[in-house]
Design a protein around this ligand. Structure first.
Ligand SMILES: [Zn+2]
Length: 231
């Protein structure tokens, strides 16, 4: 499937992207079917620690990997639009993500992670893309809509933030609750992604939703937006 998903603003199609910097450290994360590639060892370890924690979080909600995922971090990624900071390439099970040093010097209006420190933003974006990756595995035989993908990716990403990070994220992106489930659509996601994300959190974090609602999305009891495929 030729679908990319971006944690920042866009979900668009691109030619295959490639690393702008070829110097890197690459290896499998201990105890995990994830290959991490990064410009230096500290960032490689951060990818592995984040992946280990997030895969466990996703597993607790029944979102499970079925094959190896690769994660590549680099100061710049060719082919990625300037306002995008990460992407999941589902056709090759690869996540590409901009490294913290680049996030630190970003000055893009409307950047939804501007309230987070660069390393925290990196970890959070990685969690978002890991969620897309494992969701793709879990729903391979019964795909869910792009809007449902984004709902779940943001929900589990924001849930994993510290209280201070979450407060900063909501301060940046507002605290407007969704009027109905119709709010969670790809038009809102593309044009006001921060509003989409914060509304997801306000909905997901109520006691009656959480993982139970995520299961409803995965198992098709609730459909958001337009389904990816029609029968
Ligand atoms: Zn996404």
């Amino acid at each position: 499937m030729q679908r990319l998903s971006f944690a920042a603003f866009l979900a668009i199609f691109l030619p295959l992207a490639g690393l702008a910097d070829t110097s890197h450290i690459s290896g499998i994360c201990p105890g995990l079917d994830v290959t991490a590639t990064a410009p230096e060892a500290g960032l490689h370890d951060l990818i592995c620690r984040t992946a280990t924690d997030h895969v466990a979080r996703l597993s607790a909600c029944g979102i499970l990997p079925t094959r190896r995922i690769s994660v590549t971090a680099a100061p710049a990624i060719e082919g990625l639009p300037a306002n995008c900071v990460g992407a999941f390439h589902c056709e090759r099970d690869e996540i590409e993500i901009i490294s913290p040093e680049t996030l630190a010097v970003r000055d893009v209006p409307g950047f939804i992670y501007k309230g987070l420190k660069p390393e925290a933003a990196f970890v959070s974006i990685l969690r978002h893309e890991l969620t897309h990756a494992l969701l793709e595995h879990t729903t391979e035989d019964s795909p869910i809509s792009s809007a449902a993908h984004e709902y779940i990716a943001f929900a589990l990403q924001i849930e994993a933030m510290t209280d201070d990070e979450r407060a900063a994220f909501l301060e940046t992106n507002g605290r407007i609750a969704a009027m109905s489930l119709d709010t969670f659509n790809m038009v809102i996601y593309r044009f006001v992604p921060g509003r989409f994300a914060s509304s997801v959190w306000l909905h997901y974090s109520t006691p009656e939703n959480g993982c139970r609602f995520v299961r409803d999305l995965i198992e098709g009891r609730v459909v958001l937006g337009t389904p990816l495929r029609f029968p």
